[in-house]
Write a protein that binds this ligand. Structure first.
Ligand code: IPD
Ligand code: CA
Length: 268
């Protein structure tokens, strides 16, 4: 896409995120309809309503670009030249319990052919909107990341013992069991651990230098696509490794100085 189209995509994503964010804000303290419940996760009717609202807006601005979202995947998105990746409410459990730490995450990805014949999707636009603090984090590839229009940067901290590392346990017993021993080791080596319940917000907090790193053993593409670009455009490292399963990744996002130290600490 050309720079002008990327700017229009950012505008469309921002408007859609703000519309869904308004709906979230109005409903934070209300009783919410639960569509699905498991031990470590909830799915709300509002997740679905927010994705519908976002999809309507994105499709009216870019009719040819399909949506791959947490609450439903347009099959065309798997091979399209461009696609939206949408997490309508990231931090659903926080939101369900009335905790105002949740956001909307929208990315635009473009399909890039590789000489090997395979292609991959690259994120070129990202918006993460926190409706409770009125914070909108945005990025367009190769331009500075921004918070409410002002450029942001990752922290400069080099030492793990001065760092705040955020983490997520994902949603299964397996990911919990994988992370718990690592957390025990890491806790002794960092200034603080934080477990706040929104992957997308953890990423943009790394981008803005509030956190120094964020790790999670099994996130999904919609949790991380927008925030990952925002970390990179803020000068950080967005390291992720695909895992078996659809759109699943192990993640270590950081200020560009801490990944190896974190890995060593986890394994020690
Ligand atoms: C979850 C949150 C959580 C992370 C999980 C995600 P959801 O997304 O980002 O912090 O630990 O891996 O799935 O369900 O709130 O959209
Ligand atoms: Ca999510």
């Amino acid at each position: 896409m050309k720079p002008k189209e990327l700017a229009s995509a950012l505008k469309a994503a921002s408007e859609a995120a703000r519309a869904a964010g308004d709906l979230m804000r109005r409903n934070l303290r209300r009783t919410k309809k639960i569509n699905e419940s498991s031990h470590h996760d909830l799915k709300l009717d509002l997740d679905v309503r927010c994705q519908r609202l976002i999809t309507r807006r994105l499709v009216s601005a870019f009719p040819e670009v399909p949506v791959l979202g947490e609450e439903g995947i347009d099959e065309r998105s798997l091979g399209a030249p461009a696609r939206w990746v949408v997490d309508p409410i990231d931090g659903t459990v926080n939101f369900a319990y009335g905790i105002p730490h949740a956001c909307v995450s929208i990315a635009l990805q473009v399909r890039v052919p590789k000489s090997s014949g395979n292609a991959f999707f690259r994120t070129d636009v990202g918006v993460v909107y926190d409706p409770f603090l009125g914070e909108e984090f945005t990025a367009i590839r190769d331009l500075p990341a921004r918070l409410n229009g002002r450029p942001i940067q990752v922290s400069q901290r080099k030492r793990l013992d001065e760092s705040i590392v955020s983490l997520g346990f994902a949603k299964s017993e397996a990911t919990l069991n994988a992370m718990l021993p690592a957390v025990g080791r890491l806790a002794h080596q960092v200034r603080k651990l934080r477990l706040m319940g929104s992957a997308a917000l953890a990423l943009v907090y790394v981008a803005d230098g509030r956190f120094d790193a964020y790790i999670e053993p099994g996130v999904r593409l919609w949790d991380i696509a927008a925030g990952g670009l925002i970390v990179e455009c803020a000068g950080g490292e967005f390291w992720c490794e695909p895992l078996p399963g659809d759109h699943v990744y192990r993640l270590n996002a950081n200020n560009g100085r801490l990944r190896r130290q974190i890995e060593r600490a986890i394994q020690s």
